[in-house]
Design a protein around this ligand. Structure first.
Ligand code: GLA
Length: 417
């Protein structure tokens, strides 16, 4: 059976794929309005690993199995990491019926066997596609095959789809992402939908109705404060990505998150920079998707990625992204409301020299108009715990601490009894 168009919430989207006889009939799909994204899949930001930052197109069955093994043996699984995600370049071609195939050299056992392996470790598996005809690396995209690809992912046992935005020149982003979002939402299998539109068309304004997270920027680059020019596009270091998030916090919440991109922890920045990178992604409620080689990472990298107290701040059920309450050239202060009246505070030294912090809490009452939260430190007293060093203190006394260059101090504040 050949079909040409499917009605979507936003008009008519072309879906010119050919359905194989074995493919379940389209009739199984319900009407759009009955099928919003399954928000319960991401009530807190996703935790996982992705192949792209370290391996690029060099993905294979053995690499993914080894990474799943390492996620378990390193303690990452116990710390909450769940998804093992294959990025671009896993694809073969399409068969005569248009069904997407894996590259038989890279994945000789097929995707289903690989998914079964990852599941046998108590983990989940993610895959990558693109809204255009081709992926960014030139492999077949899903345009015109959205429902067919969604069914294939379901048959393979996929749990997460990252959906890219290359080769989409004449496509309307809302329509293109809606088509795939609906295809996934109508499957029996829950598949988390991660929009990778790079923030070009303000996905924070419309992504919530379609999926579970949206990239807010172009690609990350493994540096602190740089922009790496690739000709027609550039990738961004930690601080430039951070600075692009500042007006976006009101759009995020349980089931729909601003995605600051896969992390570069363990890929060459300094320990302080990696610690700050992890902290900032965590308090801004980004999905925490590691991008390093988990098999060979140092203890330092592992300790950063598995800091459970930082992860707990990211996974706090309130789901409110941190606000930047103070921003000077050298010092940024972030505050994130947590459940039960607790708060996370981050003091970030952006500069190249040590910062002598003397923070008198009472000088900085906190007013979060977007989420209606307040702290008047004159009236309310908190104890705090430093989530990297374990020190303790309270807000009755000024916080006096030296913050090394590019490092952070992160405190969890608990109301004093
Ligand atoms: C784009 C995405 C990256 C990665 C590559 C793969 O650049 O933004 O995260 O998926 O494509 O080709």
């Amino acid at each position: 059976m050949r079909f040409a168009f499917i009605k979507t919430a936003l008009g008519v989207a072309a879906v010119g794929g050919i359905l194989a006889a074995a493919t379940p009939a389209l009739a199984q799909f319900k009407t759009v309005s009955e099928m919003p994204p399954k928000k319960e899949l991401s009530l807190t930001p996703a935790l996982g690993w992705n192949s792209w930052n370290t391996f690029g197109c060099d993905v294979s069955d053995s690499l993914i199995r080894e990474m799943a093994d390492a996620m378990v043996s390193s303690g990452m699984k116990d710390a909450g990491y769940e998804y093992v995600n294959i990025d671009d370049c896993w694809h073969g071609g399409r068969d005569e019926q248009g069904n997407i195939q894996v590259d038989p050299q890279k994945f000789p056992h097929g995707m289903k066997a690989l998914a079964d392996y990852v599941h046998s470790k108590g983990l989940k598996i993610g895959i990558y596609s693109d809204a255009g005809n081709k992926t960014c690396a030139g492999y077949p995209g899903s345009r015109g095959y959205e429902y067919q690809d969604a069914l294939q992912y379901q048959a393979w046992g996929i749990d997460y789809l990252k959906y890219d935005w290359c080769n989409t020149e004449n496509l309307n982003p809302i329509g293109a992402y809606t088509t795939m979002g609906e295809a996934l939402a109508q499957l029996d299998r829950p598949i988390l939908f991660s929009l990778c539109e790079w923030g070009d068309n303000q996905p924070w304004e419309w992504g919530k109705e379609i999926g579970h997270s949206w990239r807010t920027t172009g690609d990350i680059y493994n540096c602190w404060d740089c922009e790496h020019n690739h000709g027609s596009w550039s990738s961004l270091g930690v601080l430039p990505i951070l600075d692009k998030q500042m007006k976006l916090r009101k759009y995020a919440g349980p089931g729909h998150w601003n995605d600051m991109d896969m992390m570069e922890i363990g890929n060459g920045m300094t320990e302080a920079q990696d610690r700050s990178h992890f902290t900032l992604w965590a308090v801004l409620n980004s999905p925490l998707i590691a991008g390093n080689d988990l098999r060979t990472m140092s203890k330092t990298t592992r300790d950063i990625l598995t800091n459970r107290e930082i992860i707990a701040v990211n996974q706090d059920k309130l789901g409110i992204q941190a606000m930047r309450m103070l921003a000077t050239e050298r010092l940024n202060v972030f505050a994130k409301p947590l459940e039960n009246g607790e708060w996370a505070f981050v003091f970030l030294n952006r500069s190249h020299s040590t910062l002598d912090l003397n923070h008198d809490w009472e000088y900085y009452p906190l007013k979060d108009d977007e989420f209606g939260k307040r702290i008047d430190f004159d009236q309310e007293k908190f104890t705090w715990r430093d989530l990297w060093k374990g020190n303790k203190g309270d807000t009755l006394n000024p916080l006096k601490v030296k913050i090394p260059p590019h490092d952070v101090v992160v405190l969890r504040l608990t109301p004093k009894a």
